[in-house]
Design a protein around this ligand. Structure first.
Ligand SMILES: N[C@@H](CCC(=O)N[C@@H](CS)C(=O)NCC(=O)O)C(=O)O
Length: 259
């Protein structure tokens, strides 16, 4: 039995349902709202922005958290052998960015304008690139690999991450954007925010928690900026539209989001 969440006994096969022909309207619990189940491990990772987008839009979804053992048991039944998966009325879909854009459309956090949407996509892929630079060092767990890992982290802290952060900062500044990819809060901000929290948390040896301090547009303290930090975020940007606060809700790792 899972810890306080619904057990996934194996998603239905993709062929069970045909994809909808158009994007659904906001799913705030109406009779035609699709039934949504998001399945991942019980940590934030890159799935957190999807959960946040659903939450901000007041969109009902089942937040299924599986253990590694449960994932191993279900892996062969998954379309690409990976989590996260999002089930939409039984249709099983993989890939976080697909989930995030879908959640953003339902929640009104993804632009309809094609160019504005492309700019959001640009930011999402930039964040994916930054993440991709960090992830290999996460896998270096053996004692023998520590020296190499710390050398790579030093390069990340002193060169790679500052270069990416400067480019995002400059992109915002030169376009006069108040947010990560435009003038309104959207899923790009949620993605940048989640990555930023992780980088600043002190859990990545060799990456200083001050890593984003020199980028006031990218990571602005207090309220009103692209990535308002901490409790300011709870009060403003991530305020859910129709339900109680995500923060402090005691839902697994979610309550720790702003720590
Ligand atoms: N590009 C995929 C990556 C998903 C992914 O790597 N998931 C990992 C868990 S964090 C997984 O399921 N790994 C198992 C495997 O690939 O066998 C996404 O964004 O959803």
């Amino acid at each position: 039995m899972l810890r306080g969440v619904t057990v996934v006994t194996g998603p239905r096969p993709c062929k069970a349902r045909q994809p909808p022909t158009r994007c659904g309207a906001a799913n705030t619990g109406g009779p035609t709202a699709p039934k949504l189940r998001l399945t991942f491990f019980d940590f934030k990772s890159f799935v957190e922005p999807v959960r946040l987008a659903f939450h901000m839009g007041g969109i009902e979804f089942e937040d299924v958290r599986v253990t590694f053992e449960e994932f191993a048991a279900m892996r062969d039944s998954l379309p690409f052998g990976q989590v996260p998966i999002l089930e939409v009325d039984g249709l099983v879909v993989s890939q976080t960015l697909a989930h995030l854009r879908y959640a953003g459309r339902l929640a009104g956090l993804y632009p309809e304008d094609p160019v504005a949407a492309m700019l959001v996509d640009e930011c999402l892929y930039v964040v994916t690139d930054v993440e991709a630079a960090l992830v290999p060092t996460m896998r270096m767990r053996d004692a023998a690999a520590q020296e190499e890992k710390m050398a790579l982290r030093k390069e990340l802290a002193e060169e790679t991450l500052p270069r990416w952060c400067s480019m995002i900062e400059n992109r915002m500044a030169s376009n006069g954007w108040s947010h990560a990819a435009g003038d309104e809060l959207n899923v790009a901000d949620l993605f940048v925010y989640t990555l930023g929290l992780w980088m600043r948390k002190g859990v990545l040896d060799g990456i200083p928690t001050t890593i984003l301090d020199g980028y006031p547009k990218l990571w602005r303290r207090g309220q009103g900026g692209s990535q308002p930090e901490g409790r300011g975020l709870e009060r403003t940007a991530l305020k859910p539209r129709s339900r109680g606060s995500w923060f402090g809700s005691g839902r697994g790792s979610m309550s720790g989001l702003v720590r």
